[in-house]
Structures are given as C-alpha cells and as structure tokens.
Design a protein around this ligand. Structure first.
Ligand SMILES: [Fe+2]
Ligand SMILES: [Fe+2]
Length: 464
C-alpha cells in the first residue's frame, strides 16, 4: 500500500550547511528529511509523490551517491522536480547531475536567491492543492430555504472564507447583500460541490418548466437566461475571471458538471460513463467532447433550438469516430492535411455513428442526424454528404457552432484570446451555418459578453 504524502518538501541527504542556508524559506512548510539508505528505499517503494512535488537532494548519505538517488527518483516518478543543492563545489558535477535525472542544480551561496524562488513555488502549489473551497457562480440561490450546501464569501483583507448561510439557509438580508454588491461568485466546500451541481441542475429544470409558482413566468425566464449566461460565460473568460486562473477553471468545471447533471436528470443517461465505456479512458478527446456538449446544451437553452439534453448527447459523441487525425484538427485547419488524412477526417462523422451502433448505443434519429451532419454546410460544401441546406437540421447547425466555438475559445498558444464578437464573426464567415441559426445565437453570445456586474473574490460583502 502506498502512503500519502504529509509533507510539502522532501529533503534527501541534505547536509547541515545547506539545511541552515535554506531554513528561512522552509519554516512554514512541512518538511520531510531523509537521511538513511533505508528511508530512500522506502520512499521509492511505498510513498506516492504527487506530480509537482519539490525534492532537494545533496550528498550527505554516505552509502548512496546523489546520482543513484537522482536516477531512482526520476525513473519512479514523472513530473517531480529533483533539485541538487550543495555548498560543496567538489560535489557539483553538473554534467553527471543532469544525466542522472536532476532537473535543476543550486550551488550556495551564489544560488541562494534562486532556491528561495523555487521553494516559493511550493507555497503557491500548496495553496491550490489544499484548497478547501471551490468558486461557483450563484445560480439562483434562494433565500430562506434549506440548501444542501453552505455558501461562503471570500474576505480578501482577512484572507478568510466566511459563511453566509446558517445550516444551509441564506437569510433574506444576506441574499440582499449579495445582490446589492453584484456578487455572482461564491465559494462552496469541495465536499459539497456535487450537491451544488445537482441543485443548480434542478433549478435550471424547474425554471425551464412552466408551472404555478409565486414567481411570474417572465421572471422565471429572466432567471433562467441569466443562469445560462452565467454558466456560458466561463467558456469565454476562463483565463480572465478576476485575473484568477484557478477560479476560472473552477467555474468552467462548474458549467460542465451542472449541464452533465441536468442531462442525467432529464434522460437518466450518465454521459461520462457511457463515453468512457465506448472510448476507454477518454483523455483529451473527452475534454473536447464534454465542452462541446456543454456549449451546445447551453446554446440550446438560450436560443430554444433543439432540446438541451439531446444536443448535449450529440455533442458528447460527435467526434468519437475522429481517430487517427489528431484532436487539434478542426474545420479551421483541416485544409493543411495530407490527402489520405483529410479523407479519414472527412469520414469521421459517419464513423462516429458506426462505432455507436457497434457499441449498441441507441440514439433517437435526430441525435444520430446531428452527429452525422455536424460538418455539413448550408452552401453544400460540407462533409461527408455535401447535403443541401434544407437537409441540415438546425440542431445539427447548432452543434457545428458549438464545435467551432470550442476550438476558438480554447487557449491559443502565443495568441491573445478571441473576443466573443470575433469568435462569432469567424464562425459566421467560415463554418457554413444558416443566417437564421446564426442570428439567434448571436444575440445570446453578445449578451454574454456584457457582464452582469460579475465579481470575483476581490470584492466581497461584509460578513454582516
Ligand atoms: Fe467533428
Ligand atoms: Fe468536434
């Protein structure tokens, strides 16, 4: 059985002089010092080091050379930082250290500033790794009603997460404070986020349904649209939310999870496990599929095109046949492909369908058609069937849009992110979607770009 790590920094055979030199930077970290060959052996055999773990090694274990330690660690763990630290120039054999798996080397006293910076990174990683609270967008959290989770706000001055709810109930007064300060992001204990996703999905469903309630239909529709916008926004500003990348990722994940929960509730189909069942482990293609599924579903809720749960299912399975082409290939760059690869790419919508049939996944005809036609164009120049405009259902066009949107809203190495208007313009010009569908989506995408007084953890209400 592997033990879990209860330390932030691992020091192996670090001599006293070096330990003293770095002591000022490590005082608030949990340090594990290893000083015997038996402990090194135990480490290699039974301790699971997480990726990103920082390891400092010097040559104070007589029976084991630093090279052996470097080799053993680098072959047992991928992604950990193995640093050699010393104040003895005679042991500082740069070429051999690098050859034996050391990622970086520090010689004291001249490298003291560099090691300080390196150790600082542990503190930053630690903050995110041990984070207890997840940012979520406020999705119609009602006051004076029992919620299946507690809601907190972040007070930057005190660096504290303060509870707004009491036993899961948000008082009218606190709800008012959130509203008046335009706070859309709150924090939830990581152990309660599943309950939050389910709750948010249920809220969306009940808002989407007509029924007699204290709230008027117009008001319900407004709340519904505002929730959809909130969830969709995270696809646009994953890297810019409050300048906080971690929070941006949390919110993006929230969108996906809420839509997933929505689909499970509506159809009883657990998309994630179905996908894994068909494709094995998923990996990168799952991330594209899940994003397209979420975007398509939210666009459907926003525009009324198709049923959100149906386009979500089509989105999840649309590229299952896109094998042997590379996940990065899209309608925007497929022109550069070799002819044989291009032919394979052009075949993927139909291959997706055959794989689903082979795996005995039964789909209603419209979902199958969305998958088959997600690369057809209304000008007849699409693939695989080059079909005419009237034969492409608007749901398939919505899926085309979501697919293109996912490719364009993702990170572009070395490029600035596209604005929503730029994304929409590019899709309008290049993807072959009808004016009707484009104009219905445009209104929504542009409205998402206009913030509704969204605030990150930077501006919080008083805990009152
Ligand atoms: Fe595709
Ligand atoms: Fe795709």
């Amino acid at each position: 059985m592997s033990q879990s790590t209860e330390f932030d920094l691992l020091m192996i055979g670090v001599d006293d002089t070096t330990s003293k030199a770095i002591q000022p930077f490590t005082s608030d970290l949990r340090v594990r010092a290893i000083t015997t060959p038996a402990e090194v052996e135990e480490l290699i055999e039974s301790i699971q080091l997480p990726p990103g773990m920082l390891v400092l090694v010097s040559s104070a274990i007589k029976e084991l050379s630093q090279f052996e330690i470097g080799q053993a660690l680098s072959s047992s763990y991928a992604g950990i930082h193995i640093n050699f630290v010393t104040s003895e120039r005679s042991t500082f054999d740069l070429t051999n250290l690098k050859k034996n798996g050391f990622t970086d080397t520090f010689l004291f006293p001249m490298d003291i500033k560099r090691i300080e910076e390196r150790i600082e990174t542990v503190k930053v990683n630690k903050l995110s790794a041990f984070k207890k609270y997840k940012a979520v967008k406020v999705v119609d959290i009602k006051s004076n009603q029992k919620l299946p989770f507690e809601v907190r706000t972040f007070l930057p001055l005190n660096n504290k997460y303060v509870k707004l709810t009491k036993d899961g109930v948000l008082s009218d007064k606190k709800a008012e404070t959130l509203k008046s300060k335009n706070i859309n992001s709150v924090f939830i204990d990581v152990r309660e986020v599943e309950a939050f996703y389910d709750f948010a999905a249920e809220q969306m469903m009940s808002l989407g349904l007509a029924g007699n309630d204290a709230v008027s239909e117009t008001e319900k529709q407004e709340q519904f649209q505002s929730n959809v916008r909130n969830l969709f926004r995270s696809f646009l500003d994953v890297s810019t939310t409050s300048g906080d990348l971690e929070q941006g990722r949390d919110l993006l994940e929230q969108s996906k999870k809420v839509v997933e929960s929505y689909v499970i509730k509506k159809t009883g189909l657990d998309l994630r496990s179905k996908f894994r069942e068909i494709l094995g482990t998923g990996g990168d293609s799952y991330s594209h599929a899940q994003s397209v599924s979420t975007i398509a579903s939210l666009l459907s809720m926003a525009t009324g095109i198709g049923k959100p749960e149906e386009v979500a299912i089509a989105g999840l399975f649309h590229d299952i046949g896109k094998q042997g082409v590379g996940d990065e290939v899209s309608v925007f760059n497929c022109a550069d492909l070799e002819p044989e690869v291009l032919a394979t790419y052009h075949g993927h919508p139909r291959l997706s369908l055959s794989i689903l049939r082979e795996k005995r996944v039964t789909l209603i005809p419209l979902i199958a058609e969305m998958i088959e036609k997600h690369h057809e164009r209304v000008d007849g120049r699409g693939f695989p069937g080059k079909v005419q405009a009237h034969k492409i259902p608007i749901e398939a066009q919505l899926l085309s849009y979501a697919d293109a949107f996912e490719h364009l809203s993702g990170p572009h190495p070395g490029m600035k992110a596209f604005t929503p208007a730029e994304i929409h313009a590019k899709i309008s010009a290049e993807v072959g979607i009808s004016i009707e569908v484009l104009s219905r989506i445009e209104k929504f995408v542009i409205s998402v770009a206009a913030p509704e007084g969204d605030q990150g953890p930077g501006k919080a209400p008083s805990a009152g």
